[in-house]
Design a protein around this ligand. Structure first.
Ligand code: DC
Length: 221
């Protein structure tokens, strides 16, 4: 069984995807971290985000590995754990540029399809139900008001970064939505057969409960 969860930044998809995977005992793959890893490595190698071939070369040579973590999935890039660094806003912004690169997307999509080939996986991202697994057994598209999503990000970040204001986060989120929705290759759109869920007024437990009920009984393969 393959469960695809797509949606914009801050819609709660990574949190619910992780919880659902753990409830069903499925593998969880957060594909955003793959674009983030390519962005990080390109930055390390001082390759300009506009150098399409240089960035594609990074994607071709990167080795990515995931392991379940207590709070979020652990990501290893070329054998080194980089989970917290990849989550920073700087890397997120670079990742949005990298994710618009056609060659990078082809390489990442092929890896994602390979990771899901044995089934029983929950994968979240922007194009899982449309491009990576168009035949996924269940597809969800999570949305929430832009202000609510920015508020969630702010709550999450203010402990470690009290200097970052809500307004800054809101502006960054608007910019990311624009880039994700307007890029030429695989823009963020709901798959026609996805279940759309507006989480603006829902808490995580309610979202997870609703999704688990919608998924129905799961048989191990
Ligand atoms: O979900 P995230 O914020 O970690 O994603 C980082 C960037 O990668 C974001 O700009 C969207 C992009 N992305 C994508 O284009 N396709 C995916 N399957 C996952 C993420």
């Amino acid at each position: 069984m393959i469960i695809a969860i797509d949606g914009p930044a801050g819609s709660g998809k990574s949190t619910v995807a992780r919880l659902i995977a753990s409830r069903l005992n499925f593998k969880y793959i957060e594909t955003g971290s793959m674009y983030r890893a390519v962005a990080w490595k390109a930055q390390q190698e001082k390759i300009h985000p506009d150098d399409a071939e240089g960035i594609a070369e990074v994607a071709r040579n990167i080795s990515l590995e995931f392991q379940p973590g207590p709070e979020r999935q652990k990501v290893f890039v070329d054998g080194e754990e980089l989970t917290p660094i990849l989550k920073t806003e700087t890397i997120g912004q670079l990742a949005a540029v990298v994710a618009a690169n056609r060659a990078v997307r082809e390489i990442m999509v092929a890896q994602q399809q390979n990771m899901g080939r044995n089934g029983n996986v929950v994968m979240d991202g922007r194009d899982i139900g449309t491009v990576v697994f168009p035949d996924a057994d269940k597809k969800f598209f999570l949305i929430a008001d832009q202000k609510e999503r920015a508020q969630r990000r702010h709550e999450e970040m203010k402990v470690k970064h009290p200097e970052i204001t809500f307004e800054e986060i809101y502006e960054q989120l608007k910019q990311r939505d624009y880039e994700d929705e307007n890029r030429e290759v695989s823009p963020l759109v709901p798959a026609k057969d996805s279940i759309r869920l507006d989480t603006t007024h829902m808490n995580i437990d309610d979202v997870v409960a609703y999704m688990i009920e919608t998924i129905g009984p799961v048989h191990s393969q």
